[in-house]
Every structure is written in C-alpha cells, then in structure tokens.
Design a protein around this ligand. Structure first.
Ligand code: ADP
Length: 428
C-alpha cells in the first residue's frame, strides 16, 4: 500500500489539517487524516495522508521533533512529495514555528529550495507583494494582531519568515505568477542562484494557485496554507472527481456539540435554535458550581438529549458572546474555563455516541481536539465539503464499541449561519 501514497502532509493544527484535506479531496485525491503520527502503516487506500499535529505553539524543538517524526512515517508510506501546512493567517510566534520546521524538513529531505504561501483566496486570504491580506485589510489590522498566542503584527511575510529562518527568504511576486509555470521556474532558478532557500509566493486568486501548481511538480517540500493544495493533484495526473469524497452511507442519530465562541458559531447557534430544534446551553459557571457539589452535569445533559434524539438533531452548546466569555474567564481563569468546558463537552460527545449518535458536528478547534481525543479517533477519511474548509469525515474509533462515525470538525469562524442544519442535509 505504501508505494501508492503521492502526497504526504504535515499540518501544525487540527482543524487546519481537515481544511487541507478538504481542498485535496475537492481536487480529486482520496485523503486520510491521521490524528498524530500513526504507530502502524497506512491500511486504507489513499493518494494523500495529512498527519494532524498540534505543533503550532509548541516549543520550537518539540515542533521540529514531531514534524520530523511525521516526515519519517510519511516517507515510510512512500510519499513522493511533502506538504507542510500552516494557518492561512501564518500563525506563528516570534521564534517560529513555521521557519524552523520548514528548515528542519528541508534538511531532512536534502532540499535546498521551497516556497511559502498562506494564500487561500476562497477564504479571503491573499498575498500581494509579499503582504498577507485578510479580506480587505492587512494581516496586522485583521484582529490577528491581538491573538493571545500568535499575535501577527507584521503583514510582510518575507520579513516575518526571514526573522524565523537561517536561510535567505525571497519573493516570487504576482507579475511572475501571472506568467505561469515557466516564468515561475525561471524565477526559482534565479532566486536559487542568489542563495535564496525559501520564497514567499504571491497569489491573489485561485487562478494564481492553479498556475503555481505545475511549477511545484517534483519539489520535494512545499510549505503553504491549504490553498496551494488545489493545484497539486493535477501534477500526479489526478482530476477533480466526486468519487474521491465518497464516504460510507450515513446512519444513526444526529447531534451538534459547540464550544466555539467565535462570531460565526454564535450566529449558527442562534439559527439552529430558530429552526425549533432542541438546544441546550451549558454555562461554565453552572458546570463549575455543579462540580463543586458533586452533581453530574454530563449525565443530566445526556438524559435531556436521549428522548429527543429520535426526532432529529439536537444541539448542546457553551458558545457565548465575548462579554459573557470575559466574565466567565474573570471568575474561573482563562485556561481553567476553557479546559472545564472542553472536558465537559468531550464527555458529552462520547455519551451521545454511546446513545447511538453516528453523525456528529463539533464546532471549535480546541473543542474538536478534546472531542476527538475522548472518542479515541485515530484516523478519518475525508468526504464531501459542507462549506469552504469544512468537510464531512468518516472517523475510525473503537470508543463505545463501534467501528466508526460521521464527524465534522468546524473551525470557529467557518461556515454559513445555517451550518448546523445544512450539515445533516448535505450528508443525507
Ligand atoms: P474556536 O475554533 O472558535 O476558536 P475553540 O474550541 O478553539 O473555538 O475555542 C473556544 C474555547 O473557549 C475553548 O477552550 C472552550 O472550552 C472555551 N469556551 C467555550 N465556551 C465558553 C464560555 N461560555 N466561556 C468561556 N470559555 C468558553
């Protein structure tokens, strides 16, 4: 089976891995997402595997070690090209980890040149003259300048990446990209001759990414957001096809668990409530108070859900607006509040699956990580897209004595307002 693997991908976070896998599937590849580095060989036919790490904000050396372990596993499966995937807002700390992981992978692959571009025009991430735009504003005006872990205060990616790299960082600008493959290849040779090891690439449209794709054929390592993925499968003779996203038929009960407090998720919660379907809000202060007196809030929530599940999807959510979140964080502490809610929602997700839920929507990146752990999921086959960046998956699990379930992991700000209803219609 190993020799069939074309593209081996390493993603620095969890919902980001799914986002990449989704783009590869839409371009025709059969994709498996592994949760962490697998401890056994790939046992499912796949054109690409995305190894999902949680390395974005780890200490640099740990991020490098995990990424190299993922590389070795992917190489053992026969991967012909390696794709290091990071966030489309280039989320990194002053030390990295994008630059150091890129250089460690280059060294391990014996590669002297790679590209770097977080461009993802479908989600309004564009790169122009080396500067990253989020919608109509520069990265450092997009809100990302206030991110708690990876504040992005400079939109000039050449400068940002150079600060993280030992090798010289250069630029392949939009004028070159507009001329297509041979101009891009010429520019790469010129940069190489100038001693450049990593080049940021402009891309302001999907057409740019499709022109870039052929120029990346045979490049041992590509580093990018998920956007570049749309232009790579054609290099392996793969064309978009609906068969790549075929999942087993959906069965069982339906539920949504939401711990995301992002604006889009809050709108999705309200839209679901307005459909008249059952929804239960969990307040972190109530959870903490219940815990203090030994009350089992998970069991109570599951008892609420059980009789309702037979009639259609139910929603269990802790999602709240920024003021409410700040107030809770003020009383419980930021990390403690997050961990308490994640633990509770993960236990509820597991309980729902034990009650027969086999179609589960989880909203929130951290929340997804907690639920995937609780459900002991090791691997997911990526299916059809619900909204940009969010596909249905079929997850393998031994939890609750079952083989698998349909799962979608929605990153906070992704998805239209009707996502929580639309997701189930899409699967049917
Ligand atoms: P997103 O993808 O929107 O960032 P995450 O799940 O990654 O969502 O992050 C949301 C964080 O907020 C989680 O740690 C979650 O446990 C926490 N959280 C959820 N609801 C609340 C709430 N009502 N008050 C405080 N924190 C909350």
């Amino acid at each position: 089976m190993g020799a069939t693997l074309l593209l081996g991908c390493i993603a620095d976070d969890f919902t980001g891995a799914t986002d990449l896998a989704n783009n590869l599937v839409r371009a025709g590849m059969r994709v498996v997402q592994a949760i962490g580095v697998p401890d056994q060989p790939l046992d499912t036919p796949a054109d690409a595997v995305v190894v999902a790490l949680k390395s974005r904000t780890l200490p640099v050396n740990d991020a490098i070690a995990q990424s190299l372990e993922a590389l070795r596993w992917l190489q053992a499966q026969g991967a012909q090209q390696i794709y290091f995937k990071y966030c489309s807002t280039f989320d990194s700390t002053a030390q990295g980890n994008i630059g150091p992981v890129t250089e460690a992978l280059m060294a391990a692959l014996g590669s002297d040149f790679t590209i770097a571009t977080p461009a993802f025009p479908d989600n309004q991430r564009t790169v122009f003259k080396g500067h990253l735009f989020v919608g109509d504003v520069l990265l450092n005006e997009s809100g990302m300048q206030n991110h708690p872990l990876t504040p992005m205060t400079d939109a000039n990616l050449v400068r940002v990446l150079q600060a993280q790299c030992r090798r010289k960082v250069g630029l392949i600008d939009y004028k070159v990209v507009a001329q297509g493959e041979s101009a891009i290849r010429d520019r790469i040779e010129q940069l190489r001759a100038d001693g450049v090891g990593v080049a940021v690439v402009d891309a302001i449209s999907n057409d740019d990414l499709m022109r870039l794709g052929p120029a990346l054929k045979n490049m041992p390592l590509v580093t990018a957001g998920s956007g570049v993925a749309i232009g790579l499968p054609a290099n392996f003779g793969i064309a978009p096809s609906s068969t790549a996203s075929v999942l087993p038929a959906a069965i069982g009960l339906q539920a949504v668990v939401s711990g995301s407090c992002s604006l889009a998720t809050n709108r999705q919660v309200q839209a679901f409530i307005q459909t008249g379907r059952p929804a239960l809000a969990l307040d972190p202060l109530q959870i903490a108070a219940a815990q203090a007196v030994g009350k089992d809030i998970v069991a109570e929530t599951l008892a609420w859900a059980e009789p309702l599940l037979a009639q259609g999807p139910v929603l269990i959510y802790s999602s709240a607006d920024a003021n409410a979140v700040r107030s809770v964080q003020g009383q419980l502490g930021v990390e403690a509040a997050g961990a308490l809610v994640e633990r509770t929602l993960a236990a509820i997700a597991l309980g729902l699956v034990e009650y027969g839920v086999r179609q589960l929507v989880v909203a929130g990146g951290e929340t997804s990580g907690a639920c995937v752990n609780a459900l002991a999921i090791t691997q997911m086959k990526i299916g059809p897209q619900i909204d940009p960046g969010v596909p249905w998956c079929h997850a393998q699990t031994n939890a609750a004595g079952i083989d698998g379930l349909h799962l979608t992991l929605k990153s906070g700000n992704f998805g239209t307002d009707d996502f929580f209803s639309k997701a189930f219609t899409r699967l049917a």
